[in-house]
Design a protein around this ligand. Structure first.
Ligand SMILES: [Zn+2]
Length: 138
């Protein structure tokens, strides 16, 4: 029996060799599947379940993938998004606190948020990131 289990373990290890395995994005996809499954049970709509299932399938595909570069790029993209989302409440709070003295604009070229002082009339705003220029009333 012990040999049998050992044998299976070795076979799995051999089969998993060179494959990407598990990371944060895979756990997030698994959690998303559970959440969507619960939502589908509550709403009695199978759409959520199938969307979650696609995510779970992608998670499985990722862990068995041999393309490490692509998978770790996905992981970095995911971690960056998580960081951006974590920063959002702080950004909203700052905007709320500065709402009387500053106005916030989004650059249409690169999407960066630009803060300008209020009450300066019509001004030309230059994006500090990409150099795009646009005119707004402050
Ligand atoms: Zn820009």
């Amino acid at each position: 029996m012990r040999n049998f289990l050992e044998n299976i373990k070795n076979k799995i290890n051999y089969w998993m060799q060179g494959r990407y395995g598990y990371d944060e994005l895979n756990s997030a996809l698994a959690i998303a599947f559970l959440v969507l499954w619960i939502i589908s049970l509550i709403t009695k709509s199978s759409v959520f379940y199938y969307v979650g299932l696609i995510g779970l399938g992608y998670s499985l595909y990722r862990s068995l993938s041999r393309d490490h570069l692509k998978r770790s790029n996905e992981r970095l993209w995911f971690l960056k998004k998580v960081e951006q989302i974590k920063k959002l409440p702080k950004q909203w709070k700052q905007r709320w606190e500065q709402r009387k003295t500053h106005k916030f604009y989004r650059c249409k070229e690169c999407g960066v948020t630009i803060r300008v002082p209020k009450g300066k009339g019509q001004i030309e705003i230059t994006c500090p990131k990409c150099g795009n220029k646009f005119i707004e009333r402050t």
